[in-house]
Ligand binder design. Structure first.
Ligand code: ADP
Ligand code: ASP
Ligand code: MG
Length: 433
């Protein structure tokens, strides 16, 4: 008998009909002889709608209250799902994050899990019942309800799978798995059968929201095999694990071992529209300036991504420093930098929220020269200007104009021969919001 953790995303439970459909799938897994723990997201776009609603009350909602508000979304779906499963003759019980033992720090809006003590979940499963857990939420040491950041239900699922020592963590969504690009933008994207934690980390960090970044970090740390698949089909999805190949057979001939381990050059192309760019113009080019700027930026709570500093013009001794950061962190960061103008003596601040970021990810990049040249060449051929560049061992990212981003993603996808030969990728549901 296996212990399976299944997570259903918002688009898989968007209305009563979908909830009943998912309930059938869960009941079938249970009847096949498995122990089942389910993590569920809020219905459809509920979380976004609740955020909009709060925004109509006040521009800056208190974080604690916002967390209480947002966690109500998952309470609705978990209870309805438990009712639907019970209706099919399988016993099911729903639990909030707090009841399920998901302990977090007290950072509202992006709390981190500090411990997982799923006693009640284990008890429920031992009684032969299905346990349904509200995704995306936990409780702090001061007994306040917290949320784990957008897409956090993935993290809840992986953390429970680790805490319960489950055999697999299945992430059910509205596409057939992890693709070589977002199928909503690139219909010719190809489903990836296997991807390593490292590559998935880079894809998730670069904007591929099919799996939340923290969920991948957690899966890697606790070695939880994750299967990303569609709740609308029975197709095998994408397996996210430690290596590309099957577990190495110690008796296999050396050559075969090598093929099993060989990484593809490119896993996929990710894109991100959630960032903006700030440029500090005319900064005196002397030791300590960058340190001071980024101290202040960090103090404003911004999670910066790319940084570019130009060579200073010899006759002025002044330079420009640009960096990207999430839209949401921009107001506080701009305010903090403005307050620094006199001290540092820079000329002005420029703010640009019309940027897009494209990232090409692949472990094989390390050992294959020419990947950057091919990427830049493809963007040139598509007439797309590159504004910023950053690289890691297995990723190259570029910033473009936001309205050129989709074309850039498609151009790069084709340039690296990632287009599928057999038909278009299916997007079963969801608004893409
Ligand atoms: P859920 O509601 O199930 O959590 P999400 O909207 O968070 O679903 O994630 C699924 C979506 O992620 C897909 O509908 C797709 O548009 C988007 N996506 C972005 N990049 C990729 C990718 N590389 N592979 C698959 N889906 C991707
Ligand atoms: N409902 C939350 C969100 O929309 C969590 C999740 O779906 O994973 O971000
Ligand atoms: Mg998600």
């Amino acid at each position: 008998m296996a212990l399976v953790v299944q997570k259903y995303g918002g688009s898989s439970v968007s209305d009563a009909h979908s909830i009943k459909r998912v309930a059938k799938r869960i009941a079938a897994t249970k009847r096949a002889g498995n122990d089942v723990v389910v993590v569920v997201s809020a219905m459809g776009d509920t979380t976004d709608e609740l955020l909009d609603l709060a925004g109509q009350i006040t521009p800056l909602p208190p974080q604690r209250e916002l967390d209480i508000l947002l966690t109500s979304g998952e309470r609705i779906s978990m209870s309805l799902l438990a009712m639907a499963i019970t209706n099919l003759g399988v016993k099911a019980k729903s639990f909030t994050g707090q009841q399920a033992g998901l302990m977090t720090d007290a950072v509202h809006g992006r709390a981190r899990l500090v411990d997982v003590v799923p006693h009640r979940i284990r008890e429920t499963v031992e009684k032969g019942q299905v346990a349904i857990v509200a995704g995306f939420q936990g409780v702090s040491s001061t007994n306040d309800v917290t949320t784990l950041g957008r897409g956090g239900s993935d993290t809840t699922a992986v953390a429970l799978a680790a805490g319960l020592d489950a055999d697999v963590c299945e992430i059910y969504t509205d596409v057939d798995g992890v693709f070589t690009a977002d199928p909503r933008i690139v219909p010719s994207a190809r489903k990836i059968d296997r991807v390593t934690y490292e590559e998935m980390l880079e894809l998730a960090a670069s904007g591929a929201k099919v799996l939340a970044l923290r969920a991948v970090e957690y899966a890697r740390r606790y070695d939880v095999p994750v299967h990303v698949r569609s709740s609308f089909s029975s197709t095998t999805g994408t397996l996210v694990t430690g290596t590309h190949g099957d577990a190495i057979d110690p008796n296999a001939p050396a050559a075969e071992e090598e093929t099993q381990m060989e990484a593809p050059i490119i896993s996929g192309v990710a894109h991100d529209r959630s960032e903006a760019k700030i440029t500090v113009v005319g900064v005196p080019d002397k030791p300590g300036t960058a340190a001071r700027i980024f101290e202040v930026v960090a103090g404003a709570g911004a999670n910066i991504d790319m940084i570019v500093q130009n060579v200073s013009a010899a006759h002025t001794g002044l330079t420009d420093i640009s960096f990207t950061l999430p839209h949401a962190d921009s107001p506080s960061t701009l305010a903090a930098l403005n307050a620094l103008q006199e001290e540092l003596g820079f000329a002005s601040l420029q703010y640009d929220d019309q940027i897009g970021k494209l990232s090409l990810v692949g472990a094989g990049m390390k050992s294959h020269p020419g990947v950057s040249a091919r990427l830049f060449g493809a963007l040139r051929d598509a007439g797309i200007n590159i504004e910023m560049i950053s690289t890691s061992e297995i990723r190259i990212s570029v910033v473009t104009r936001e309205d050129a981003l989709d074309d850039a993603v498609r151009a790069i996808h084709t340039a690296f021969d990632l287009d599928s030969a057999d038909g278009e990728a299916v997007v079963y549901a969801g608004s893409g919001r």
